[in-house]
Design a protein around this ligand. Structure first.
Ligand code: SAH
Ligand code: SF4
Length: 358
């Protein structure tokens, strides 16, 4: 099959072109003007356009459904070339602000939550993505095109600020080769121009891969799905903890290179009567001692048949206050998209229930 241009970094593309600088123009067409047809790239010589068509294609996964939440976040279900589906969520972080004359004061900002695999091998007990097992890795083009399609579908101007979080379906560090290429393609200044410092990789804690990613010096931000402060509970929630325990993860995080002004994010999924006590909060403070960390409390998002419940609001508040009182930055993830079940895997499951093929 012809190579999908979206799977290539600009360097890789340029090595296959003569003259190589045409790669820059092709990147601008695709990622900044949302033109996905070589014939329309009118600053390329006609001969080159027909050569391109012979060796390459520009393929983007199809948006097969969208669900808009009351809070403005939109969940997209993408169908890949082989018929499998993955989802992404567009989260508006700040809406556009204009003065009374309509002049733009502040532009809108967005975050896109992307998937990196169809399914997941890690098998966390609270996660819907895990239920379907692991199917395959996404290619770098399939990762990047989630953001590209969403920008194009919403006419989001190419220079609008977009952040990327690898928090959709799958374990990004279990697909490190394609992830690192996606990081590079996203960051390309002739493309989407989403610098590595605006990309956050979230991992269940594959310690050796955290180190490997660190050694690549990409500059991405790191988020750790910790969810428990002792190994016994963490093993129950996340079987991966048997291979790499909490101490291993903390060690790997300490060696991970991060920007002086940035912090490592620790995600902590709060589950009723399981890990929401003050005692857990105290242990968490101890654990993160000496790390430039911030904690993001996530409230468990229930789904039909889920084994856990959401914690009570007072317990979340008490937990957060305790961390803050100890000088640890701590936010509670807004329940963005809760009404459209924007936690990983849920839209896809819904369609499965409706009898759609997945
Ligand atoms: N595999 C990576 C990234 C994808 S999951 C990871 O585990 O970090 C992104 C986040 O969603 C993780 O923190 C995960 O624990 C969380 N998550 C999974 N199921 C959830 C649920 N039912 N409710 C709330 N958060 C959930
Ligand atoms: Fe995989 Fe993350 Fe879900 Fe765990 S929480 S099963 S690592 S996607």
């Amino acid at each position: 099959m012809k190579t999908n241009v979206l799977d290539l970094t600009r360097k890789e593309l340029s090595l296959r072109l003569n003259p190589p600088f045409r790669a820059k123009q092709i990147y601008q067409w695709i990622y900044q003007k949302y033109v996905f047809d070589f014939d329309l790239m009118n600053n390329l010589p006609k001969k080159l356009r027909s050569e391109l068509k012979e060796s390459f294609r520009i393929y983007l996964p199809k948006i097969v459904s969208t669900e808009k939440s009351r809070d403005g976040s939109v969940k997209y279900l993408f169908e890949l070339e082989d018929g499998h589906t993955v989802e992404s969520v567009l989260l508006p972080m700040r809406s556009e602000q204009r003065d009374e004359r309509g002049n733009l004061l502040k532009e809108a900002r967005y975050t896109v939550c992307v998937s990196t695999q169809v399914g997941c091998k890690v098998g966390c007990s609270f996660c819907l993505t895990a239920k379907g097992g692991f199917v395959r890795n996404l290619t770098s083009g399939e990762i990047v095109s989630q953001v590209l399609s969403i920008k194009a579908a919403n006419n989001i101007a190419s220079n609008r600020r977009v952040n990327v979080v690898y928090m959709g379906m799958g374990e990004p560090l279990d697909n490190l080769d394609n992830l690192s290429k996606a990081i590079e393609i996203f960051a390309d200044e002739n493309g989407l121009s989403i610098g590595a410092r605006r990309q956050t990789v979230s991992t269940s804690g594959l310690a050796p891969k955290i180190e490997k990613l660190g050694k690549m010096n990409t500059g991405v931000l790191l988020a750790i799905s910790l969810h428990a402060v002792d190994d016994e509970l963490r093993e129950k929630l996340m079987p991966i903890n048997k291979a790499y325990n909490i101490a291993d993860i903390i060690e790997a995080v300490k060696r991970f290179p991060i920007d002086q002004r940035k912090r490592v994010m620790f995600e902590y999924l709060m589950i009723r009567n399981l890990n929401d006590s003050l005692d857990s909060a105290k242990k968490l403070v101890k654990l993160l001692n000496g790390i430039k960390a911030k904690v993001n409390l996530i409230l468990f998002n229930p789904y039909p048949g889920s084994p856990f419940e959401r914690p009570e609001a007072e317990r979340v508040e008490r937990f957060q206050k305790f961390l803050l009182s100890k000088g640890l930055l701590c936010t509670v993830r807004e329940s963005k998209g809760l009404d459209i079940s924007a936690a990983c895997g849920q839209l896809r499951e819904k369609r499965r229930d409706d009898g759609y093929s997945v």
